[in-house]
Design a protein around this ligand. Structure first.
Ligand code: KG4
Ligand code: ZN
Length: 345
């Protein structure tokens, strides 16, 4: 088959992104990938403000697209199609991206391909490693947490996921409770390095239940209670804080490791020749969590791949690539493509 070149657009949360990807399903390369975060815009509010995000996307999308094309040394004439995240996500941001993609598609006479953001994450191991179907994906970010078996580019089995907070959200809340900066993940991980993970016993909800569902919100409540017991005149000692971080991170890692063990058993039933687990999402940046998942895979004779961090977190290369797989399979969208706040895989 002839290599395809796609422009991808992503704007479903707080990253405005555009990318150019070229190749065929299972063997593609990133020609350019531009991501503009909005952290400074949302920092004063302690979380992503949807209206501010949507406006920033609308302002920055054209620039990101121009930078991606220039970075690839290509023009719209060289594209075979435009792929865009059509959901799930913050509706204002998704709409900004879909409108931008429709404008480009109509203006340049290019086919339009809508992409599910979660499919973008789930297909990333195909882009980075050419991983063959079927394989297991663990999505762990600020907004997502689920185990998926990817059977082909459009067919995913959800084995389980969080019933409350996503793990990244739990890290962010833990950081807030312990007066550490946002995003919480890196701050908690740094503090945990100086702490004793065994000093406090924090809960591991749902670990005793069968299946792959997870829960992280009880962990945050337990952390809050421990903190309040330790604080003297509203002050928490640095060592207490670090020990709490270490205990919290260990609990998250224990939950993810045990549920991964069960998900691998389910993958075994799906019967791939060379089983692979791939992680995606910002939490995959965590060293302890990565090491634990790697160890569970080694125990089970399963290959473990973690894409480079820039492709774990939100980006448009994964959207261009997922669009490439859809486009190669004959999928086309038109000007009726809708932005969807919710869109389960
Ligand atoms: O994938 P991502 O960039 O955005 C979405 O949520 O879609 O993930 C961001 C999340 C944040 O909650 C952040 O605290 C978490 O990933 N994170 C980490 C680490 N780095 C980022 N969590 C744990 N350890 C880290 N080193
Ligand atoms: Zn994401």
């Amino acid at each position: 088959t002839r290599p395809l070149t796609l422009l991808g657009i992503e704007s479903s949360c707080d990253d405005t992104a555009a990318a150019v990807v070229r190749g065929v399903p299972g063997c593609a390369e990133i020609c350019a990938s531009v991501v503009r975060g909005q952290a400074q815009l949302h920092a004063p509010f302690g979380g992503v403000v949807p209206e501010i995000a949507a406006r920033a996307h609308a302002e920055k999308l054209d620039l990101c697209v121009a930078e991606a094309l220039a970075g690839a040394g290509l023009s719209l004439n060289d594209m075979d199609a435009v792929a865009v995240t059509a959901g799930p996500g913050l509706i204002g941001g998704v709409l900004s991206g879909v409108m931008c993609a429709k404008g480009i598609a109509a203006g340049a006479g290019l086919p339009l391909v809508g992409v599910n953001h979660l499919a973008g994450h789930a297909l990333t191991p195909r882009l980075t490693d050419g991983t063959a179907f079927p394989y297991l994906v663990l999505l762990v970010s600020g907004g997502h947490c689920q185990f998926l078996i990817a059977h082909d580019h459009a067919t995913f089995t959800r084995l389980g996921g969080t019933i409350d907070d996503a793990p990244g959200e739990a890290f962010d809340k833990a950081a807030r409770i312990l007066a550490l900066p946002q995003p919480g993940g890196p701050a908690v991980e740094a503090a945990a390095r100086r702490g004793d993970p065994a000093r406090f016993s924090l809960p591991r909800p749902l670990l005793d239940r069968p299946g792959c569902d997870m829960s992280f919100s009880g962990l945050k409540t337990a952390l809050l209670r421990q903190r309040d017991q330790l604080m003297v005149d509203g002050v928490l000692k640095a060592q207490d804080r670090d020990d709490l971080c270490a205990g919290f991170q260990r609990a998250v890692a224990d939950i993810l490791a045990e549920k991964t063990r069960r998900a691998l058993a389910a993958l075994h039933e799906a019967g791939p020749v060379d089983p692979t687990l791939s992680v995606a999402g910002g939490v995959a940046a965590n060293g302890e969590i990565r090491a634990r998942l790697g160890a569970v895979c080694a125990e089970n004779g399963v290959a473990f791949t973690a894409p480079p961090l820039a492709l774990c977190t939100d980006n448009a290369a994964m959207i261009a690539y997922a669009g490439l797989e859809r486009f190669a399979a004959g999928a086309r969208d038109d000007m009726t493509l809708a932005a969807r706040p919710r869109w389960p895989l």
